[in-house]
Write a protein that binds this ligand. Structure first.
Ligand SMILES: Cc1cc2nc3c(=O)[nH]c(=O)nc-3n(C[C@H](O)[C@H](O)[C@H](O)COP(=O)(O)OP(=O)(O)OC[C@H]3O[C@@H](n4cnc5c(N)ncnc54)[C@H](O)[C@@H]3O)c2cc1C
Length: 349
């Protein structure tokens, strides 16, 4: 089976004047992380698999031919945005002249930009609001990519500008006073047939999304980019730890676990279980709530628990410094990166 037989959306471009071997070395160095896997490599070809699809590089007429493969147009655009971002950092000045075979996209909104209408807002305890939106097409939102970027214009701005696809294929975002706030959120529930989606906002001091959510009007239009980010791990042995920002993700994971699953969930929230956020776990998975007084305690529990049960999938998401501590602890004990998801969900200022 070829890639193109399943990944029907493809596009191609050529980087002129770049020597393949140098290019390939730079790129492989830049993409050694959990989300990009090197599938094949030779003197003339490099094939990478990213969350959104495949990227193939080939030595071609004193340059590099780049081909992208994805299952959907939204994912093709995300793959291209990710690639151009990586190239722009690795080889400044090289990406402006890129031109792709799917030039019809230029100047139009990127296919992963969605508009939706707010239909319901439901408080979940004192610290969360559940927001239900209706959109025309949510078919690209599946279990392998459960996040999206909420796209919020500055409060009070009248002539809002939305992103569009630039001549080099990358998404162009408005700048300065018109810059859009783009925090990541999680799809908590989705009904593809009805075009409905729920996401849960943790209300915290100083949050722009918090301010927006508290003043929300039914019927209001919202914008979001997606899907993106990680998916639901396929496992029946799990150690998962989260603070409030990751409750929507962990709730989705917990309800997807097979009934015979074992392991533990440790959740950190003010008021513990009284925070009012609903989470259901299989009988064999222990659920513990801890106080947020000591944010780093969550990281220490994660490191100890995963060392005690190394065959369990480790899922951790909380404040960035805590995630970094877990990442280092996991690496130090030689944990398998394929058996863990460790992410910083917000940055303490
Ligand atoms: C993959 C992923 C999925 C996520 N899913 C969700 C989700 O489903 N629901 C959700 O509520 N959040 C989620 N988050 C976290 C969310 O993106 C951040 O909290 C983000 O900063 C919120 O934006 P804001 O506009 O509210 O705050 P900003 O305007 O970005 O920040 C304003 C201030 O708030 C502080 N701040 C940000 N987050 C917190 C916090 N949790 N507690 C205390 N202070 C904070 C910042 O340090 C800053 O000082 C997710 C993050 C990631 C990476």
């Amino acid at each position: 089976m070829t890639i193109a037989s399943k990944y029907h959306y493809t596009t191609e471009t050529r980087l002129a004047g770049v020597e393949f071997t140098t290019f390939s070395t730079v790129l492989r160095h830049r993409t050694t992380n959990q989300t990009v896997e090197q599938v094949k490599s030779s003197d003339t070809h490099l094939l990478l698999r990213a969350r959104q699809g495949f990227v193939r590089f080939a030595d071609h007429q004193k340059g590099v031919k780049i081909t992208l493969f994805a299952t959907r147009p939204e994912r093709l655009q995300m793959l291209r945005d990710g690639l151009i971002d990586t190239l722009a950092n690795a080889m400044p000045g090289m990406t402006e002249s890129l031109r792709w075979t799917d030039t019809s996209e230029t100047g139009t909104p990127p296919p992963n930009l969605h508009f939706a209408t707010v239909c319901h807002v439901t408080p979940l305890g004192p610290a969360f609001l559940r927001i239900r939106v209706k959109a025309d097409d949510l078919s690209s939102f599946q279990n392998d990519a459960i996040h999206f970027r909420f796209v919020l214009p500055p409060a009070g701005l009248q002539d809002v500008e939305w992103p569009y696809v630039g001549e080099n294929g990358a998404t162009v975002w408005p700048q300065g006073d018109k810059a859009l706030h783009r925090p990541v959120y999680t799809t908590r529930w989705i009904d593809h047939d009805a075009g409905l989606m729920d996401f849960d906002v943790f209300l915290h001091d100083g949050g722009r999304v918090t301010d927006w959510a508290k003043a929300i009007r039914i019927g209001e239009t919202v914008a979001f980019m997606g899907p993106g980010g990680g998916g639901i791990p396929q496992t029946d042995k799990i150690i998962a730890l989260a603070d409030e920002t990751a409750f929507p993700a962990i709730a989705r994971i917990a309800e997807s676990l097979p009934a015979h699953s074992t392991g533990q969930l440790v959740l950190m929230a003010a008021g513990g279980i009284d925070c009012g956020y609903p989470i259901v776990v299989p009988d064999g998975v222990k659920l513990t709530w801890i106080d947020p007084e000591d944010r780093m305690a969550l990281a220490e529990i994660a490191i100890a628990a995963s060392a005690a049960e190394p065959d369990h999938y480790l899922w951790f998401a909380a404040e960035k410094a805590a995630a970094q501590q877990v990442r280092e602890g996991y690496k130090t004990r030689g944990g398998n990166p394929q058996n863990a998801y460790i992410a910083g969900y917000w940055l303490s200022s």
